[in-house]
Design a protein around this ligand. Structure first.
Ligand code: GTR
Length: 419
């Protein structure tokens, strides 16, 4: 009976009062008791003994995330056309090549334009790259007037001067501190970034636009891909493009994202093994934070505020976190043996910093099974004391954001694993 009720609620519209009345728990003593699903135990109860067993268990877990949460994304069977929009061979005081390329994805007469901004350090034969989506448009990454302002739908934002859901060029360079490109380039890394709304505009539109619109033949059901999966799918198209760029080290690609885009970064790394490092910055609920803790944002709350982010089946677990067949530590575990870095911020309680840390702890046995260290500590580290093993973690002081401090740790972490 409970199952039937759960199944029915997946199709029921969520009452708006749920969002309005929601009071997040920020009290550690009120975190309920919970038992995490064991990543090293198959659904049928058998143990995972070795690496070949893990390969099968990994696929089992991946399918759970796909079918119960992010949704099933289609394989890409279209064409990609490239058009260079701008190029500066003397960017960042001559240290980098800055380029904008329009990637037009075409499938059965439908098309979508994605504009990618890349920086490649000069004097590096093959540059390792950070690949990450941005929130406010490529023109916010640098003040360079050559960079195009996105034409895609964008959330209105009085501070940014965005009205009518259109970006304006009044904010050129306003996100430079969140994207310290010069530091990356100085240390031999490149960056590839794209406005996430090019891939899928972030509103509940019934999946009629963005890359979903490339698949009009898709019959949607309660397992179909949501917006987080679409952003991850778009990130894979960036890699398709980068694979054709000779100055890029294709074996050293790190996917990075903040908040909702941190959720997308983790999912991108799970479905696309071309990423050999994944970085989650304040990804919170649906990202690195354990859902069962119900600390800060919860499954019900996220599904209510953002009904388009996950698939419809995920709503089954509104207030039913203990019946989730997986939890977010397994999203980290299925990235093993690749290095993963998880960053929290002390005042970002909505994203449950401790729950993000505990995910890394609970993923560690999988790394150890594969002969890797995982996370070197099991006690929550003090503020701004980063720990780095195959899994890395820090909790920065301050609130929600991807800041200079965070990036400095990502660069150190990448150096440690790649140099
Ligand atoms: C919040 C959302 C979080 C997080 C954040 C963000 O409104 O509740 O899950 O994704 O947005 O993306 O900045």
């Amino acid at each position: 009976m409970k199952r039937l009720i759960l199944a029915l609620t997946a199709f029921m519209p969520l009452a708006p009062s749920l969002a309005q009345n929601f009071i997040p728990n920020y009290d550690e003593s009120k975190v309920p008791d919970y038992v995490l699903p064991d990543p090293l135990q198959f659904a049928n109860g058998q143990r995972v003994h070795d690496a070949p067993d893990w390969e099968n268990r990994r696929i089992e877990i991946l399918r759970l995330f796909e079918e119960e949460m992010f949704g099933v994304s289609p394989a890409w069977d279209g064409q990609m056309q490239l058009l260079e929009l701008s190029r500066n061979n003397e960017a960042l005081g001559g240290k980098a090549v800055q380029q904008e390329v329009k990637l037009t994805l075409e499938r059965n007469g439908q098309w979508v334009d994605l504009v990618l901004l890349t920086y490649l350090p000069k004097g590096v034969d093959k540059a390792p790259m950070f690949v990450g989506l941005n929130f406010y448009g490529n023109h916010t990454i640098s003040a360079d007037e050559a960079i195009h302002v996105t034409k895609s739908w964008i959330r209105n934002n009085a501070d940014m001067g965005y009205t009518d859901n259109r970006a304006s060029d009044s904010n050129r360079g306003s996100r430079v501190t969140n994207w310290p490109v010069e530091e990356m380039v100085n240390r031999g890394y490149g960056l590839a970034t794209m406005y996430y709304g090019d891939i899928d505009p972030d509103f509940d539109d019934g999946f009629a636009n963005g890359v979903h619109a490339l698949f009009p033949d898709e019959i949607r059901n309660d397992k179909s891909w949501g917006s987080v999966a679409a952003w991850a799918w778009g990130i894979s198209r960036i890699v398709d493009y980068l694979e054709g760029v000779p100055g890029v080290d294709h074996g050293r690609l790190a996917v990075v994202g903040h908040s909702r885009l941190g959720k997308a970064a983790l999912w991108a790394a799970a479905v696309d093994s071309r990423f050999t490092i994944a970085i989650s910055n304040n990804s919170g609920c649906g990202g690195a934070a354990l859902s069962r803790r119900r600390f800060g944002e919860t499954v019900e709350r996220i599904n209510t505020s953002f009904p388009h982010w996950f698939n419809r089946r995920f709503r089954i677990y509104n207030n039913e976190e203990d019946s989730l067949p997986m939890d977010q530590h397994q999203l980290i575990a299925i990235l093993a043996p690749h290095p993963v870095y998880i960053a929290s911020a002390a005042e970002d309680l909505w994203a449950d910093p401790k729950g993000e840390f505990l995910s890394a702890v609970a993923a560690t046995p999988v790394y150890q099974l594969l002969g890797k260290e995982g996370l070197p500590v099991s006690e929550w580290p003090k503020v701004e004391v980063p720990v780095m093993g195959t899994l890395g973690y820090h909790v920065r002081k301050g609130g929600h954001g991807m800041l200079y401090y965070d990036w400095m740790q990502y660069l150190d972490f990448a150096d440690r694993h790649w140099k």
